[in-house]
Write a protein that binds this ligand. Structure first.
Ligand code: GRF
Length: 211
C-alpha cells in the first residue's frame, strides 16, 4: 500500500471540499489521509461530517484565546500532535498569523472560488456576476500572508452564463473545486510541486517501473 500524506483540514462551514478530499483518499485517487479537522465554529457541518467518517474533529473556541497568535498556537499544537504534513484550508474564515505560516511554510493550501488574482476575499462569485466577467473558476494556491495572494498551483475555468446568479455560478464552480483540490493535493503528495518565487512548477510524474 502506498504511503499516505497526513492532512489537517481547517474549515469553518459546510465542508463540501473536505468531503471531496476525504472521498478522493478513500477512492485511492489521492494518496492522502485526513487525520484531523479543526474548526473555529462549534456547529460547523465540516466537523459533523468528519466525525461521520470517524475522523478526529476539534472545535477551537476563538473566545478562549486573546489573540490570533494564541488561537493559531492552539491549532498548530493539534496539527503537530497528529503529525500533519500538509494543511488544507477549506472554507476557513480566519486569516492565518505569520507564525502559523512560518510553522508550515509552503505546506498550507487554500481553495478560492475565482480565477485569482481576480476577485480575492469574500463573495468572489457575487463580485464576478456583478462585474460581468464571462469566465470564472477556482484556484488552489499555497498560502502566504496576504488574502488569496499565494503562489498558484492549479486553476479551473468555468463559464459565466447570462442568467447566472451568485448561487448558480457558485454551484457550477463548486463542481470544479471538488476536482482540483484533490488534484493539487496529489501533486504535492507525489513531490511534484516546486515553488519558484511566485510560480509553482509542476514536475513530470516518474514513470512507474515496468509501466
Ligand atoms: C468554497 O467555495 C471555497 O472555494 C471557499 O469557501 C467555500 C467552502 O465551501 N474558500 P465548503 O465548506 O468546502 O463546502
Amino acid at each position: 500500500m502506498k504511503r499516505q500524506l497526513r492532512l489537517g483540514v481547517l474549515a469553518s462551514g459546510r465542508g463540501s471540499n473536505l468531503q471531496a478530499i476525504i472521498e478522493a483518499g478513500k477512492a485511492g485517487t489521492v494518496d492522502a489521509l485526513v487525520v484531523i479537522v479543526v474548526s473555529d465554529v462549534a456547529n460547523a457541518r465540516a466537523l459533523e461530517l468528519a466525525r461521520r467518517y470517524g475522523i478526529e474533529a476539534v472545535f477551537v473556541d476563538p473566545r478562549l484565546h486573546a489573540t490570533n497568535e494564541e488561537f493559531d498556537a492552539a491549532v498548530i499544537d493539534l496539527l503537530r500532535k497528529h503529525e500533519v504534513e500538509l494543511v488544507c484550508l477549506a472554507g476557513y474564515m480566519r486569516l492565518l498569523s505569520s507564525s502559523f505560516i512560518e510553522a508550515y511554510a509552503h505546506r498550507i493550501m487554500n481553495i478560492h472560488p475565482a480565477l485569482l488574482p481576480a476577485f480575492p476575499g469574500l463573495h468572489a462569485q457575487r463580485k464576478t456576476v456583478q462585474y460581468g466577467s464571462k469566465f470564472s473558476g477556482c484556484t488552489v494556491h499555497f498560502v502566504d500572508e496576504g488574502i488569496d495572494t499565494g503562489p498558484i498551483i492549479i486553476q479551473a475555468v468555468v463559464p459565466v452564463l447570462d442568467d447566472d446568479t451568485e448561487e448558480t455560478l457558485s454551484a457550477r464552480i463548486l463542481v470544479s473545486e471538488h476536482q482540483i483540490y484533490p488534484q493539487a493535493i496529489q501533486l504535492f503528495a507525489e513531490g511534484r510541486l516546486e515553488i519558484r518565487g511566485r510560480r509553482v512548477c509542476c514536475h513530470e510524474a516518474y514513470a512507474s517501473q515496468g509501466g
